[in-house]
Design a protein around this ligand. Structure first.
Ligand code: SAM
Ligand code: SF4
Ligand code: SF4
Length: 367
């Protein structure tokens, strides 16, 4: 076992206890053996309380004419969950949205239902930190939530609010402080989307969140959907000494603060994305490789543009989920990403396939 893997293994035992760690490992081996996904995202919310200019949700109804903004009623969610019950039993984690799941008034009831199908399942949460209520904080303590990642893209009000449209900087910071202070089993992390408008705050960011009690920092680059963002990302097609230097300095900070820092590539590297691990089901029940390919998402990369057509492998209300998941075309699509040698045509200009966003990042774990 490599030192990195060894330390992760012992941290897992410390976090989950030996029995749960063993069960999780066993489940993972079975997942690999049977070819099940590791996680499911059954979209119950394709909506948000904010309107970030950089988020592709903001293009729904405009450049993305087929994007549907909606919150799924509880009963419809249950009907969908029932259709994929036999797969829910075999996955490790479950998501309700790639947008803002906390907006759903029945979120915790839906969690309870999923737990009744698979008592070992977990619900990682991604949030903008501006949708919390006292009830949500309370419910979080009662549900199996291993991780909460809060978006915070800077250390000043001006930088954060000019990027995260509609967010209130103080509110995000207060949310992080409250989450850290709660008696949760979850690790609390922050996500920093790096771009030209916040790079000047990047190095001090590590200290800023460390002072709030945050030990997990996830960094991604800015993905560009329409040419409007073309001049705002920092990655390059080839080598990128400027960004490499910035990252080296940040790694030093993380080391000093004993934080875990997850960094993307600084220049394009063909890697494929890690969506093959996750079963994505959109708000109308369609199975697609990811959020982006469930609708007609435009991509921009280094000046090239492409408007993708949706790539749908079936609908869970009409077809058996395992037949969809194990269909020839879907398997081939996942295999291409897994090998990371050649991309499906739909993904050619998605920055995530090139190591620049969240897939295949490097973890510098100094905790
Ligand atoms: C889609 S959001 C969903 C969770 C939550 N609403 C939030 O904003 O944190 C997940 C993450 O994607 C990031 N994101 C959104 N648009 C992006 C883009 N164009 N490039 C890179 N990251 C982006 C968000 O900042 C957030 O960290
Ligand atoms: S808060 Fe998250 S989901 Fe909402 S618009 Fe911004 S990035 Fe998108
Ligand atoms: S590379 Fe991008 S578009 Fe393709 S499956 Fe991955 S996230 Fe989706």
């Amino acid at each position: 076992m490599s030192p990195q893997k060894k330390s992760t293994f012992f941290k897992r035992i410390a976090h989950y206890g030996p029995r749960r760690t063993f069960n999780k490992l066993q489940q993972r081996i079975l997942q690999r053996f049977h070819g099940y996904p590791r996680s499911i995202l059954l979209q119950a919310v394709s909506a948000c309380n904010l309107k970030c200019e950089h988020c592709f949700l903001n293009n729904f109804g405009k450049e993305i004419g087929d994007g549907v903004i909606r919150i799924l009623p509880y009963d419809d969610f249950i009907a969908r969950a029932d259709k994929i019950k036999h797969l829910i039993r075999h996955v490790h984690s479950f998501y309700f949205s790639g947008f803002e799941a906390l907006l759903h008034k029945d979120l915790f009831r839906m969690m309870d239902y999923i737990v009744s199908i698979n008592p070992a399942i977990e619900f990682p949460i991604m949030t903008n930190g501006n949708s919390f209520t006292p009830r949500i904080f309370d419910e979080l303590t009662k549900h199996p939530i291993p991780e909460i990642s809060v978006s915070l893209d800077g250390i000043s009000r001006e930088t954060v609010e000019s990027f995260k449209t509609g967010a209130v900087f103080e509110k995000t910071v207060e949310t992080i402080k409250t989450l850290v202070s709660l008696d949760l089993n979850a690790s609390i992390g922050t996500v920093f989307v790096l771009h030209k408008g916040n790079r000047h705050e990047f190095i001090d960011y590590l200290d800023f969140v460390n002072d709030l009690g945050v030990k997990d920092v996830y960094v991604t680059n800015l993905m560009s959907f329409t040419p409007a963002l073309r001049d705002r990302y920092l990655y390059t097609p080839d080598s990128n000494p400027e960004l490499d230097t910035l990252f080296s300095r940040t790694i030093e900070k993380a080391k000093k603060n004993r934080q875990s820092l997850t960094l993307p590539a600084t220049h394009a590297m063909l890697k494929g994305c890690t969506q093959w691990n996750l079963l994505f089901i959109d708000i109308v029940g369609n199975v697609a490789p990811c959020d982006y390919l469930s609708v007609s998402t435009p991509f921009e990369l280094f000046g090239e543009t492409q408007q993708t057509r949706p790539l749908i492998f079936g609908n869970i209300m009409n077809d058996d989920i395992l037949s969809i998941w194990n269909g020839k075309a879907f398997k081939k699509f996942r295999a291409m990403h897994r090998s990371g040698k050649k991309l499906p045509g739909h993904c050619r200009l998605c920055a995530d396939a090139w190591g620049l966003v969240c897939s295949n990042r490097t973890v510098y774990d100094f905790r």
